[in-house]
Design a protein around this ligand. Structure first.
Ligand code: HDD
Length: 730
């Protein structure tokens, strides 16, 4: 951002570090395109507009004149402001940042941006949901896109991945069918941004290859707490190629510094109504606050000659490589440190493509990837209005680029000279010919001499072993969440036969899982034999060297910090403010962000007649906006809260969603009266109770102990093992 931009934008200077900015050639390039508001309006031709309120008319009460070119220009431009939204991944949020490799990867790849640990490569990253429209809610159950554009010195490299390491289908031929089935149903346009409807499960149940990814999509991975708290994956097996032309297969992983965390399903649905922009806001605010989201890039590398040693086919995008078989090596970090200046120009117009590669990174024959290599340019042409979308500022490479492609809609470049072909001798007076030399991008010379076939490889035929591996690797609460998600989705179907077909398939993953899913669905017991008799079912089993892969569980991930976690401090008239201060100070010191939430904006009066400023209300910022709750002491305050249905709901809901709750003094009694307090038994998991009498909480040691216990409870993210949450009405 130029100093002039900063001043005019009205936003405070961003926390993005000057050092990162200096290294960011993309930012300098974009600065050349940014403009700021000026207090003078002109037409698009530069003519000053004297009056922006009144159209030209025949007399003050007369008809508007067609002659009013200023009105016509303004309305015409407005009429054409929208462009087609993405066919999938329409809803997205993005940020700028940089990538830096830890040490040279020259042994494996000659990709320039993976050589020098001193070099920062500018990136633009767009996260997205898949099924919903551009205006749909952030927290729906869905796969999340995780697309990274590296503006390298050798051209743009796009790693266009998801937050799930496998895909629903094995062949791009099925992509339009998959997407048609999950999008809103064509006859009535419902539901928006949800897979819980007949067409999706009809397709999924008839295509057993979806089973592995369904397990992930029904897990909490599909309802992330934050975009900053999810993994990313390249999904396909790609290739690294080094300067000597040697190839390694490679799988890409993004590992979030903050760990992998999900929402409760009930919470995710409520947030969709209370704050549809929940993830977008979270990303934006954390960058504005200087809490830059960070991931490490991990790679699993398999030498070319070991291609057939894993027990399954590396080309099959419904399979992952367990980290216990091939460890993930962390090779660099990704930091997002600047919000876009303009949503449309950047987040909306950015055009990703898995075919944007650089020397040293190449494709494999994964049939899903091969189809993608066609689809992305094609879609940009209709979405961004022509073949020149690479000239849009956000898509432009930072290295020089030139060729003889010319003209087309919205061409920006003014190419000079007589020559637009190659070879030529006119452009510079001597012969110019591209000679097939050894520089630039060289495709890996994989040997191929097969007959043409329209057939899957039999090595792709097992659809259940890795689905089972995933399920086996989950913690007990994670398994329960998966079962509940299947039940919810299938319960929404209007055709019971689809439910039945789905649980029949699940019986091939795990019999107990299938039985548990089927129990409340009003259908018969899962019938594995019936599934095996259906079209598309293959009786083939891959060999997995591991039965469980702990790395597939979200449990216990993260660095144990509570940075950026949001804590609600509940207040009402008559609370004991002294009980709050030391705990608040300690959790804020640890990096959590507190908001005082009360019955009204303004302030409340404490028991000692102090005014406590209120940041938000029980209604405008309900419990689903927070990670944890602090219920203070004070008899009158606790009684006032017990009388306020919104406050009661707040506490019960936070409890039901397994959030950390800290309560002191009479706050304990409030919880007990709601049936969720410690009572005579030990406090429930994640509920921190001040054992010390209230008036001693001013004693710093006691307060610190409570605060530290609360911080530890928040750092665990959620207490999914909390007993009896189903009984809590919220
Ligand atoms: Fe795709 C967008 C990720 C399979 C066709 N895809 C898109 C985006 C992501 C992915 C993250 C949004 C990019 C952005 O933010 O602008 N897609 C994936 C992954 C896949 C995958 C990880 C499987 C491993 N996609 C896939 C297939 C096809 C497409 C098989 C078609 C044959 N994808 C598209 C598309 C989109 C797209 C229609 C819509 C908007 C766009 O490309 O730019 O071309």
């Amino acid at each position: 951002m130029t100093p002039q931009n900063k001043a005019a934008s009205g936003r405070r200077p961003k926390a993005s570090s000057a050092a990162a900015d200096a290294a960011n050639g993309k930012q300098e390039q974009l600065a050349g395109y940014t403009v700021d508001p000026v207090p003078q309006l002109t037409t698009n031709q530069g003519l000053q507009i004297p009056d922006n309120h009144n159209s030209l008319r025949a007399g003050v009460r007369g008809p508007t004149l067609l002659e009013d070119f200023i009105l016509r220009e303004k309305i015409t431009h407005f009429d054409h402001e929208r462009i087609p939204e993405r066919a999938v991944h329409a809803r997205g949020s993005a940020a700028h940042g940089y990538f830096q490799v830890y040490k040279s990867m020259s042994q494996f790849t000659c990709a320039d941006f993976l050589q020098d640990p001193q070099q920062k490569t500018p990136v633009f990253v767009r996260f997205s949901t898949v099924a919903g429209g551009a205006g749909s809610a952030d927290t729906v159950r869905d796969v999340r896109g995780f697309a990274v554009k590296f503006y390298t010195r050798e051209g743009n490299y796009d790693l266009v991945g998801n937050n799930i390491p496998v895909f629903f289908i094995q062949d791009a031929m099925k992509f339009p069918d998959l997407v048609h089935s999950v999008k809103m149903e064509p006859h009535h346009g419902m539901p928006q941004a949800a897979s819980a409807h007949d067409t999706f499960w009809d397709f999924a149940s008839l295509m057993p290859e979806t089973t592995h990814m369904l397990m992930w999509a029904m897990s909490d991975r599909a309802i992330p707490r934050s975009l900053r708290m999810m993994e990313g994956f390249g999904v396909h097996t790609f290739r690294f190629v080094n300067a000597s032309g040697e190839s390694h297969f490679v799988k890409f992983h993004w590992k979030p510094k903050l760990g992998i965390h999900g929402l409760a399903w009930d919470e995710a649905q409520k947030i969709a109504g209370k704050d549809a922009d929940f993830h977008r806001r979270d990303l934006w605010e954390s960058i504005e606050n200087g809490d830059f989201p960070e991931w490490e890039l991990g790679v699993q590398m398999i030498p070319q000659e070991k291609e057939h040693t894993l027990g399954f086919d590396l080309l099959d995008p419904t399979k992952l490589i367990p980290e216990e078989l091939v460890p993930v090596q962390k090779i660099g970090k990704l930091v997002l440190n600047r919000n876009p200046d303009n949503f449309f120009a950047e987040t909306e117009q950015v055009a990703f493509h898995p075919g944007h590669v650089v020397p040293g990174i190449d494709f494999t024959n994964d049939p899903l990837l091969q189809g993608r290599l066609f689809s992305y340019t094609d879609t940009q042409i209709s979405r961004l209005g022509g073949a020149n979308f690479h000239e849009l500022p956000i898509n432009k490479g930072v290295c020089p680029f030139h060729n003889f492609q010319r003209d087309g809609m919205h061409r920006q470049t003014i190419a000079r000279g007589q020559v637009a072909y190659e070879p030529n001798s006119l452009a510079s007076g001597q012969e110019f010919r591209v000679d097939g030399g050894s520089k630039g991008f060289q495709s890996f010379p994989e040997e191929i001499d097969p007959p043409k076939v329209r057939r899957r490889s039999p090595s792709f035929d097992d659809h259940f072993t890795q689905a089972r591996l995933f399920f086996n690797s989950q913690s007990a609460p994670e398994k329960e969440h998966i079962i509940a998600a299947f039940r919810f989705e299938l319960s929404k179907l209007e055709v019971p036969a689809i439910r039945q077909r789905m649980v029949d398939n699940l019986a091939h993953v795990d019999e107990k899982l299938a039985r548990r899913v089927a129990e409340p669905l009003g259908i018969g017991a899962p019938d594995a034999k019936a599934a095996a008799g259906r079209a598309g079912f293959r009786d083939f089993k891959i060999h997995m060297a591991v039965e469980e892969s702990p790395a597939l569980s979200m449990a216990g991930t993260g660095d144990g910090s509570v940075r950026t976690r949001k804590v609600a401090i509940l207040v009402a008239d008559g609370i004991d403010s002294a009980s709050l201060k030391p705990i608040r100070e300690a959790i804020e010191h640890a990096g959590a962000q507190c908001k005082v939430v009360g019955p009204r904006l303004g302030s409340v009066t404490s028991a000692s007649k102090r005014q406590i400023d209120v940041d938000a209300t029980f209604i405008n910022s309900p419990s689903v906006m927070f990670d944890a709750v602090l219920v203070p002491a004070g008899k009158e305050g606790a009684e006032a809260m017990a009388r306020n249905g919104d406050a009661v709901h707040f506490v019960l809901e936070a409890y039901k969603h397994c959030k950390a709750i800290c309560t002191v003094g009479e706050g304990v009694a409030l919880l007990a009266s709601l049936g969720i307090g410690p009572g005579t038994e030990a406090a429930p998991a994640g509920v921190v109770v001040a054992a010390t009498p209230v008036n001693n909480l001013g004693d710093n040691t006691a307060a610190q102990e409570v605060a530290q216990a609360f911080i530890a409870a928040i750092a665990r993210h959620r207490h999914w093992d909390r007993a009896n949450v189903d009984a809590v009405p919220a």
